[in-house]
Write a protein that binds this ligand. Structure first.
Ligand code: SF4
Ligand code: SF4
Length: 199
């Protein structure tokens, strides 16, 4: 017995779908191709040549609840808030946080991180470290995604200095500053202004 949802012979040929798909692709190709040429000579620049975001020249603004790269927050005196309690490293399911605790010169502060590193090749950006921290010392509200270029594992390790630097940039230049810096780095690499080190 024939199934009620079985395709007819005409439907199984898929001809209307194939022709329809080709019409869309060919129309889009020529429309965008001609518009790009017109834009180069300064004509019809108000008409978009493509609906996709032209990353990295353009980028979408990340939403306020975007869970981005990490940062270590700072106290009012500029020192790091982290007390090296290891709770974030213990909670991390990817085991990608490495902390070396040191004695703080100030006797009222028990410990501070001599070394605090996140291996972004292992991190799954789950946010467990942020949840686990009892003193709001680590956050993922940088509105910047992880760096995605590098040839050595070390290129993907975010050090204490990097994590602190993010907090400073965020505080001084606002929420879009880190993304602007990242895109500038991409651009300079693409244009060959900064040599890509293979070692
Ligand atoms: S976001 Fe998740 S995987 Fe990444 S460091 Fe924090 S706890 Fe570990
Ligand atoms: S970031 Fe928070 S949870 Fe992690 S070691 Fe520092 S104080 Fe503890």
């Amino acid at each position: 017995m024939k199934r009620p949802d079985a395709l007819t012979l005409w439907e199984r040929l898929y001809l209307p779908q194939i022709v329809g798909g080709l019409v869309v692709v060919i129309y889009r190709f020529w429309r965008n191709f001609i518009l790009h040429i017109l834009h180069v000579v300064g004509i019809a620049r108000s008409v978009r040549a493509a609906v996709t975001v032209q990353y990295p020249d353009e980028h979408k603004r990340y939403p306020d609840n975007f869970r981005g790269s990490h940062r270590l927050t700072l106290k009012e005196d500029g020192s790091v808030r982290c007390t090296s309690c290891f709770l974030c490293a213990t909670a991390c399911p990817a085991h990608c946080i490495f902390i070396e605790a040191g004695e703080h010169p100030d006797p009222s502060v028990e410990k501070f991180p001599l070394r605090y590193e996140i291996d972004t090749l292992r991190c799954i950006y789950c946010g467990m470290c942020v949840e686990a921290c009892p003193c709001d010392a680590i956050r993922m509200d940088t509105y910047v995604h992880p760096k995605i270029w590098g040839y050595k594992r070390a290129d993907f390790i975010e050090t204490k200095e990097v994590l602190i630097h993010r907090s400073k940039v965020l505080g001084e230049r606002g929420r879009d500053a880190l993304m602007q810096d990242l895109l500038k780095d991409y651009k300079e690499l693409e244009e060959g202004k900064v040599p890509f080190q293979r070692s």
